[in-house]
Design a protein around this ligand. Structure first.
Ligand code: FAD
Length: 469
């Protein structure tokens, strides 16, 4: 570790990467193995024991599976089969026959993907090409054109380039629920925290707030743990993440020429393409896959006001079609619905209260006036990480915002940056020494949450840094 008392040799650039989930690890990997390998000291700050896993893949729950087939999740965008081959070579899913689908696609446990990313980093860590500092960054200050990066152990690294890959802030549960239920032992505000579901008892009536992939994970985890009580999963629109395509299809349609000038024009084109696909015997999946593949170019052509309209009005629909549920998890949910133990509701919560034991929730179903009271023993919030709140989520980020180094993208999806991932200051100037990697760059890139886009962005960030070495 290079501290402020020991200035590193000026000949070598120091790159500090904050966050060693998939994104931070992949930036380090590409930088340490690319054309300029060895030209920089690469330091990844990550409080977790191992890098490469992050929030998504640092899980030991066997029901947590990747939601994209293994053949599409590679650290190397130029070699999409890289992870799938690693699985074959290492026998990583030999003891997990449920990972395989009839069509030959593989959906391993998420921990397997984390192991794969770590396996790629391991040789680089062993030979010191990448350093893992097992601590969280608590302060970053720019002095004389260099970044002074202080971690929770009180050590300070002086870096030339600072990469922010801290991605998923902790969720911000709805204020109404916090006000009424804070302190209740079975009010679970962050189900991604380790053992967070442990207080839920086998026969508890559970309300899951949210219907996306985290909600599905929670329900599958509860079932694996032997939960037998009734579960209600509630969201405003009641939309569930869709299933994968019934058979493999190539991306369908074109959404680039001519560029769409508005959200509604884009929506009409997508609907038209879905109808045309159906006439050709295809499902909607390849159309959405094409929109995703062309996503950053589509986004770049849209004025900011139209991007905002997409975020406000279309995002819930996009998310459920784009982020598909692993078939094994979908199977658990479908069985629970069929058995009458799981209700999926489109409704809003209008009141919450508790006597310290049972929890009363008043809901208004979508399109109805009447308010209904429902009684639960536990409430789990799965509304997901609060990306628009990222600057407020950590003190050092808030300070970088206050000092004019960072600001939230106008769409509210993450941090403002340019096409080379350089942070854009509130005064509009791009800072080449401060980069935003991965999903926090979504405001500029558009679709950038899952694979393969998140791997492509890590490669872009590494290339952007390498160009300066
Ligand atoms: C539960 C879940 C499951 C997912 N499953 C899939 C999937 O199957 N397929 C898919 O394509 N996409 C999936 N995604 C999308 C996911 O966003 C990307 O695949 C990818 O994992 C994002 O990784 P990341 O490193 O950018 O973010 P994160 O996983 O959030 O990693 C960020 C890391 O930064 C660290 N950090 C935060 N603050 C600091 C600090 N101050 N100092 C040091 N370190 C810090 C955190 O500890 C964390 O490890 C999933 C997302 C989630 C949340």
């Amino acid at each position: 570790m290079i501290t402020s008392n020991q200035q590193p040799p000026r000949s070598k650039c120091v790159v500090a990467i904050v966050g060693g989930g998939f994104t931070g690890a992949a930036v380090a990997y590409h930088l340490a193995t690319g054309d300029k390998a060895g030209a920089a000291d690469i330091v990844v700050f990550e409080p977790r024991t191992e890098i490469g896993k992050g929030l998504a893949y640092d899980t030991s729950d066997p029901v947590h599976r990747i939601n994209v087939p293994a053949a599409r999740m590679s650290i190397r965008p130029d070699d999409l089969e890289h992870f799938a081959r690693w699985i074959d070579q290492t026998g990583a899913v030999t003891n997990d026959p449920a990972a395989y689908r009839e069509d030959g696609s593989v959906f391993p446990r998420r921990s397997v993907f984390g192991d794969y990313v770590l396996a790629n980093l391991k040789p680089l860590l062993d030979k010191g090409a990448v350093k893992h500092v097992r601590a969280a960054v608590v302060r970053a200050e720019k002095q004389d054109e260099r970044w002074h990066v202080t971690d929770g152990n009180g050590e300070t690294l002086i870096a030339d380039i600072l990469v922010i890959a801290a991605t998923h802030p902790t969720p911000v549960p709805p204020a109404r629920l916090v006000a009424a239920l804070a302190g209740h032992p079975r009010f679970i505000a962050d189900p991604t925290a380790r053992a967070s579901l442990a207080p839920i008892r086998p026969h508890d009536r559970v309300l899951v707030v949210g219907n996306g992939l985290t909600s599905a994970d929670v329900i599958a985890s509860l079932k694996r743990g032997g939960h037998e009580g009734r579960i209600t999963a509630l969201s405003r629109r009641g939309l569930r993440s869709r299933s994968h395509a019934p058979f493999v299809q190539e991306p369908y349609g074109d959404f680039l020429l001519p560029p769409s000038a508005s959200a509604s024009e884009l929506l009409v084109r997508i609907r038209t393409a879905i109808r045309a696909a159906a006439e050709d015997g295809l499902s909607w999946h390849p159309v959405i896959d094409q929109v995703r593949a062309q996503g950053s170019a589509i986004w770049a052509d849209l004025p900011v006001v139209e991007r905002r309209r997409i975020v406000s009005h279309l995002r819930p629909y996009w998310d459920v079609h784009r982020f598909r549920i692993a078939p094994q998890v979908a199977g658990v949910l479908d069985a629970e619905i069929a058995a009458g133990r799981l209700d999926v509701l489109a409704a809003a919560i209008v009141h919450a209260g508790t006597d310290g034991k049972t929890i009363e929730i008043d809901i208004r179903r979508r399109g109805r006036e009447k308010v209904e009271r429902q009684i639960f023993d536990a409430v789990v919030v799965t509304t997901g990480p609060a990306h628009g709140n990222v600057l407020a989520s950590q003190e050092w980020l808030r300070r970088l915002g206050d000092l004019g180094h960072l600001h939230v993208d106008p769409t509210g999806l993450g941090l403002a940056c340019d096409r080379n991932a350089n942070a854009i200051r509130p005064d509009g100037v791009a800072d080449q020494s401060l980069l935003i990697a991965g999903p926090l760059a979504r405001g500029h890139v558009g679709e950038l949450m899952g694979f393969p886009q998140v791997a492509e962005h890590a490669l872009l960030v590494a290339g952007s840094i390498a160009a300066r070495l």
